[in-house]
Design a protein around this ligand. Structure first.
Ligand code: CTP
Length: 396
C-alpha cells in the first residue's frame, strides 16, 4: 500500500533508537524505500550497519561523506515524507531555531516535504517550557507529531510523557501521512463495529460467539491509514485493538446499539463487522444458577437488529456496509439482508469454509451490492478490509 514511497528516516541520539529498527523493518515490508540518516549520537546507540541491513540502503551520518556533497539538499526534497524517530529534545531545539550543524538538521532546513516527528526524551526535558515552545513552533510550521507517550523511561518508571510511541503506532501514522492525500476517505467519519457481544445468563455465565474482532479491527486500521476519522466500537474481542485508535468498549448488544446510535448523525461510512449476540436471556438470574438443580431451561429473546435499526436514521449520502456469515443458500440470504437492512454493500463469508470466518486470519468473501456480485480469493483480513474500502470509495 505504500509500495515505492520514499521515506527519509532521521534518527537522533536516544535510547529509543533500538525501537526505530522495527519501524524500518515494517516500512520495508510494506514496500517503502527507506533512507536512514543518523546523527553522531544516534550512531553511539545503534551502529549504522544495523540500519543498513534493515533498509538495504547506505546509511548517511555526516555532511562530509564521500560522494554525498548534495545529499542534504536532494534527500529532503526527493522523499515523500521525513520521519524523525526518535526526535530528541536537542534535535527539536536545533530544528526549531534553524541550526544546521550536521547532516540531519541541514536536511531539515532544506526540506520541502511533510515532517512527522516521534519525540523521545526524559520526562522533565519534555515538560520544560523550552521544549514545549520548540514543539509549538514546529507544529505551526506544519510538522506533525506522534507521541510521546507515558510509560517506563530509561531511568525508571514515569507517569509523565516522554517515552517514544511504539513502532506500530509510528508506522500507522507514517502510512496515514503517505496514503491520506490520495484517498476520498480522508477526513470522512468512519464508524466501525467489531467483535462479539455478551449477554449475561447469571452473574458468572454469558451467551456469546467466537468472533475474535480481527475483521473489524482490520477495517478500522485500513480506514485510519486512508486518513479517515475513525471510531471503533468493540465488544470483548480476543486480539488487541489496532495501534492509535480510540476504542469505545461495549459489552452487550443493547450497549452497542446505543453506542452506534449516538454517533450515527455524524457518520459518513458505517461498517458493521461486529457479531452482536442475536439472543439474550429474557431474565438475568441475580444469583449463580446451581448445576446441582439439574437441567436448565433458558428462555431467550431476540436482541435489537443494530444495523437494521440505523436504516431510517443514517445521514443522507452516507454508506452502510454489513457482513453476513451464512450457511445454505448463502448468496440469496445475503442479498435478502442487503435489502432488509438497506445496505450499500454486504460482505458475505462462508461459515463452513476452512480459513474463513470467525477465528481465522484470512477470509474468503463475496461482495454483494444491489447491482454487482464480486467473489474475492482467500485473502488476509487486512486485504479484505482494503478491498472493502476501495468499494466504499468507489461509491462515495
Ligand atoms: N447485526 C446487527 N445486529 C444484530 C445482529 C447482526 O447489526 N443484532 C449486523 C451484523 O453486524 C452484520 C449484519 O447485521 O453486519 C448481519 O448479521 P447476521 O447475524 O448475519 O444477521 P441477522 O440480522 O442476525 O440475521 P439472521 O440471524 O436471521 O441470519
Amino acid at each position: 500500500m505504500i509500495v515505492g514511497r520514499h521515506v527519509l528516516l532521521g534518527v537522533s541520539g536516544g535510547i529509543a533508537c533500538y525501537k526505530t529498527c522495527s519501524v524500518v523493518r515494517q516500512l520495508v515490508e510494506a514496500g517503502a524505500e527507506v533512507d536512514v540518516v543518523m546523527t553522531a549520537s544516534a550512531a553511539e546507540f545503534v551502529r549504522p550497519v544495523t540500519f543498513e541491513a534493515l533498509s538495504g540502503r547506505p546509511v548517511l551520518t555526516s555532511l562530509w561523506q564521500r560522494d554525498q556533497a548534495l545529499a542534504h539538499i536532494q534527500l529532503g526534497r526527493e522523499s515523500h515524507l521525513i520521519v524523525l524517530a526518535p526526535a530528541t529534545a536537542n534535535l527539536l531545539a536545533r530544528a526549531a531555531t534553524g541550526i544546521a550543524d550536521d547532516l540531519l538538521t541541514a536536511i531539515l532546513l532544506a526540506a520541502r516535504v511533510p515532517i512527522l516527528a516521534a519525540p523521545a526524551m526524559n520526562d522533565a526535558m519534555y515538560a520544560h517550557p523550552a521544549t514545549s515552545s520548540n514543539i509549538a513552533t514546529l507544529a505551526q510550521r506544519g510538522w506533525t507529531f506522534v507521541g510521546p507517550v507515558t510509560g517506563p523511561l530509561a531511568e525508571g518508571p514515569s507517569e509523565r510523557p516522554g517515552r517514544m510511541a511504539e513502532p506500530e503506532l509510528i508506522f500507522a501514522h507514517i502510512e496515514r501521512r503517505l496514503r491520506a492525500p490520495d484517498s476520498s476517505l480522508c477526513d470522512k467519519r468512519v464508524l466501525v463495529t467489531a467483535g462479539p457481544t455478551r449477554e449475561w445468563i447469571d452473574p458468572v455465565r454469558v451467551i456469546t460467539n467466537p468472533s475474535s474482532g480481527r475483521m473489524g479491527f482490520a477495517v478500522a486500521a485500513a480506514a485510519f491509514a486512508r486518513g479517515a476519522d475513525v471510531t471503533l466500537i468493540s465488544g470483548p474481542a480476543r486480539v488487541p485493538a489496532p495501534a492509535g485508535l480510540a476504542m469505545v468498549p461495549v459489552e452487550t448488544t443493547a450497549e452497542m446499539l446505543d453506542a452506534v446510535g449516538d454517533r450515527l448523525p455524524e457518520t459518513d461510512v458505517l461498517v458493521m463487522a461486529a457479531a452482536p449476540a442475536d439472543y439474550r436471556p429474557s431474565q438475568v438470574a441475580a444469583a449463580k444458577l446451581p448445576r446441582a438443580d439439574g437441567p436448565l431451561e433458558l428462555e431467550l429473546e431476540p436482541t435489537a437488529d443494530i444495523l437494521g435499526s440505523t436504516a431510517a436514521r443514517r445521514r443522507k449520502g452516507s454508506i452502510a456496509v454489513g457482513f453476513a456469515l451464512e450457511t445454505g443458500d448463502e448468496v440469496a440470504r445475503a442479498r435478502a439482508k442487503l435489502e432488509r437492512k438497506q445496505l450499500d454493500l454486504i460482505v458475505l463469508n462462508s461459515a463452513l469454509e476452512a480459513g474463513s470466518g470467525f477465528e481465522s486470519d484470512t477470509n474468503r468473501t463475496t461482495f454483494i451490492s444491489s447491482s454487482s456480485i464480486t467473489e474475492l480469493p482467500l485473502l488476509n483480513k487486512r486485504e479484505v478490509a482494503e478491498r472493502l474500502l476501495d468499494a466504499v470509495e468507489a461509491m462515495l
